[in-house]
Write a protein that binds this ligand. Structure first.
Ligand code: AMP
Ligand code: MG
Length: 318
């Protein structure tokens, strides 16, 4: 809480908060508002909302709704709150839309890869194939009336790592706007949402230190979300094993992309679709991007960068 309502060095009217939640560093910078006290209160509410989402949704919180759902897999349904229910429902929708490239039931695979990452080893094909049998978002059973969720098969588990930050960014945006804020840069670990004036969003160079961009895109009253193989990975014998799993193979996805950045209005949709498109690759992902009315910047294995037509003039390669 110590950074709360810190005055920004660059802009004397600005308010800023930086805090850890959702497994990342979050920064909200408010640069324009109607009334300072109301803006400060809205910023405080926004931070509290992100922290509450973390408590409820993180699979690394043993008492979270998601942890209880995972612990009850194959046994019983569990009550879930509004946020978890909405995200589980949306996850199932994006899974169907992406022919399962987006699957939150990849949690079992992610857990397997996380164990091997700690040991610097690679799971055997048999281990991967056994775990792959637990991946299917159709096995997430939701009861709208009872507000409960259940995983069909014992051993199944889900995590919302590919969609929760997007939802949280949308929630922060809503709370700030309701609080009379007219200019802000919301950055939840690279999930960016801009209120008001145009801002440059960097496209991270996949092989350079965090913060060194290959280019940037200007966005105004919009969101930008990136999925990339450089965000979390380990290496064994010169091969990179990163954190986005292809639910069709059980291995870290190899679709010819190092990263994809999507630009649009709903950070939740961008978050889910950037993960899906990263798994599908540029060619198969493009129809999904177009259907959703989004723009995109792709960085390929060869470090070629290309963007959709709508970004021409807004995207600058450095
Ligand atoms: P993102 O950075 O938004 O692409 O999300 C990556 C995170 O989502 C990973 O750290 C996993 O927790 C989870 N994840 C990995 N692969 C998938 C996938 N194919 N579909 C949905 N979630 C995934
Ligand atoms: Mg995502």
């Amino acid at each position: 809480m110590q950074n709360f309502l810190k005055q920004s060095d660059q802009n004397p009217v600005a308010l800023e908060t930086i805090f850890e939640a959702l497994g990342t560093t979050n920064r909200i910078l408010v640069s324009a508002y109607r009334e300072r006290i109301a803006a400060g209160e809205a910023l405080k509410r926004a931070e509290e909302r992100v922290r509450a989402l973390h408590e409820r949704l993180s699979v690394f919180q043993p008492e979270s709704e998601l942890s209880l759902l995972n612990a009850s897999a194959g046994c019983s349904s569990v009550p879930v709150g509004k946020d978890a229910f909405l995200l589980l429902r949306e996850s199932k929708r994006f899974s169907a839309l992406s022919e399962k490239a987006f699957s939150i039931t990849t949690r079992a695979l992610s857990a397997l890869w996380e164990i091997h990452a700690r040991c610097g080893t690679v799971p055997s094909r048999a281990e991967v194939e056994h775990t792959l049998s637990l991946v299917n978002d159709e096995d997430i059973m939701l009861d709208e009336e009872a507000q409960t969720a259940e995983l069909r098969i014992f051993g199944q588990s889900v995590d919302l790592g590919a969609i929760a930050k997007g939802y949280a960014a949308d929630e922060v945006r809503r709370i700030l706007i309701e609080g009379g804020i007219t200019g802000a840069l919301i950055n939840l670990g690279g999930t960016v949402s801009v209120i008001g004036e145009s801002k440059h969003v960097g496209i991270q160079h996949p092989d350079r230190t965090t913060g060194i961009p290959m280019g940037h895109v200007s966005i105004c009253d919009a969101c930008a979300v990136t999925s990339g193989d450089y965000e979390r990975y380990y290496e064994v014998d010169g091969t990179r094993y990163h954190h986005i799993v292809d639910p069709r193979t059980g291995y870290p996805s190899r679709s010819g992309l190092r990263s994809v950045t999507l630009i649009g209005e709903s950070a939740l949709a961008l978050d889910a679709l950037s993960t899906a498109v990263f798994v599908l690759g540029a060619e198969k992902g493009l129809p999904l991007i177009q259907q959703a009315g989004l723009e995109a910047v792709f960085v390929t294995d060869q470090l070629d960068v290309f963007c959709t037509d709508g970004l021409r003039g807004n995207f600058e390669l450095l």
